[in-house]
Write a protein that binds this ligand. Sequence first.
Ligand code: HEC
Ligand code: HEC
Length: 301
Amino acid sequence: MLKGILKWTGIAVGSLLGLLILTVATLYFLGSQKINRVYEVRPATLTIPTDSLAQARGRHIAETQGCFECHGKDLGGEVFSEGQPFGNIAAANLTSGAGGIGTTYQTEDWVKALRHGINRENRPLLIMPADAFAKLSDRDLSDLIAFVQNLPPVDRSFPERQVGFLPNIISNFNEQLLAAPRIDHSVTSIPEVVPAANVEYGRYLANLCMACHGENLKGGIVHGPPGTPASRNITNDPENGIGAWSESDFRKVLNEGIRPDGTELDPMMPRLGQKYSEQEMKALWLFLREVNPLDSQYAQK
Ligand code: HEC
Ligand code: HEC
């Protein structure tokens, strides 16, 4: 009798375990197909300016797009993970020092990484939020590349890139891990939006906000390590969004990360006001006022 029960429990546990292994193996297989996918792209041929004004504009773009947050204050790179379960992933050393990609990277490779979210082997980059950079105009992208191509060299090497077990599983559930699948790779040229304190320029700048707050700016996206709060609704909805905010409320959040009720925002919300020019702040605010909560393009109910 006991032997019989044990036998059946054994079979049940065995089958459950088998099912579990099968599920994990299937997820791993599907995820690794996403991570190892080779993208066919035709990177735009950009002419990179050589003047110092363009490089200064490029530095400003690098500052507002968050390159320094991940690639380090000297852009010499930072380790994100070493060993299993995530693997060896480092935000690359962008300079031309020892261990830097600047020694071998061509303009075409910069375009692949920034506008397509893929590495030189045409495979998706992990964590790197290229969906935001993919919307930079040809001029802004060229200036950004002019800046990174002329960085002071930093010698810093990292272990060879190796994608661990976990990203292969997570890529099935977490859309934020890989930007490449969310980018329109057929776009080869993006016209300049002339900087001005107007709605049009604000809409262009808001491409960055959309990477975290969603295309419709309704928020609810978790972008970052476990424990990071979801992004908020920043449409004009007076209840759920920021429709009841004044311009100074908005500036305070962007400058200091403090809401009108005095609470502090998670550091995942960048303190962009400290980097934006007055013109950029004004343009963003004017655009956000235009985002009607009932507008069908933004914030669909
Ligand atoms: C949220 C963090 C984050 C931000 C912001 C970010 N990067 Fe990255 N970047 C990464 C990580 C992580 C990798 C490595 C990805 C991999 O190997 O799969 C990477 C890879 C790259 C690569 C490809 C390197 C290679 O090995 O081929 C380039 C080029 C690059 N980043 C440039 C930039 C620039 C320029 C900016 C700003 C416009 C930027 N990154 C912003 C995290 C970030
Ligand atoms: C890297 C991701 C990221 C980017 C880029 C980003 N945000 Fe946020 N934002 C967040 C997160 C996450 C929160 C919620 C933080 C919290 O709840 O503590 C937030 C909160 C906010 C809030 C507060 C809303 C409220 O009701 O409390 C405002 C306003 C805001 N963001 C505006 C912007 C604007 C404008 C941009 C673009 C210029 C932007 N954000 C870009 C992640 C981001």
